[in-house]
Design a protein around this ligand. Sequence first.
Ligand SMILES: Cc1ncc(COP(=O)(O)O)c(C=O)c1O
Length: 322
Amino acid sequence: MNLSAIEKFDNLPRISLSNLNTPIELLSLSEVSPHDRLYIKRDDFIGSLVWGNKLRKLEYSIADALAMGADTIITCGAVQSNHARITAQVCKRLGLQCILVQNGEKPKVPSGNHKINLLLNTRIVYVASPQQRAAKMLEVFDEVKSGGGRPFIIPLGASNAAGCPGFVNAMRELKQQQQELGIEFDYIFHATSSGGTQAGMEVGKRLFGLNKLQIIGISVDNSVEQITDSVLQCTNPLLEKLGHPFRIEGNELNTDINFIGEGYGISTQESTLSMTAFLRQGVMLDKTYTAKAAAGLMHYLRDIPRGKNILFWHTGGLLAEL
Ligand SMILES: Cc1ncc(COP(=O)(O)O)c(C=O)c1O
């Protein structure tokens, strides 16, 4: 039997970890913009402990690991990585071992994501720089294997062809919500870094026919080239796996690097302003990801004609603030 790409997508292993569908709400930023068709997608409401976008990807990555018989998940990120902490929490909930390879100094006073990792008794292997993470994960993989365990590596941000289906599925959710709201979105703005979120959205847009949508990834750290590479490493192997004839080219992606400022986790004047504007509406942003994406959104709002439907995708990540 010849299955369609959507049927093949539906057959991908998935476990349910989140409270879907996350709400879409009207967002008024009238103090800074006259747009009255601005909405916010609340992935900050996706589950307990402000999980955010990573939970969508883990529904697929962890299902893959379980299907392979894994008993130990190895993943990586910075010391305050949302993805690493969420993976540790999911593993605890499912009875899997979790080992985190994290770059940065071991903090003297535990806080935020790092504190949760410690409370969960998660093993953390520290490396000095992001460049050392991949090799260290392989070392840990061999160590677990030689000790009789069944390790499985989830790459940074679960951003690969196995994890990005989480955001393909999110596009189906969006399509359904568009129908309920009686609108079609023209733009999505979201924070991008390891590319899996953007990749899933781009594949989902094509798979589910959200044709008029422009997806704008606001980079929080990486260059256009780095993000394009990461996105395409997710999208095209996934499309191949789904037997879909189209492939995504780098020039079809919209990635904006103008809101990074001095770098990862360092606030800018614009991101601080966006945090305040959103807080006035009762929405908390984090300085590393969502505040920079919101700074991008607020800049673009000046040029987007009124009457367009605009969605700011809140990807969570609030725990790093605490
Ligand atoms: C809160 C939050 N938003 C956005 C992103 C970026 O997503 P991606 O790494 O899939 O590009 C991350 C990644 O760590 C994140 O934690």
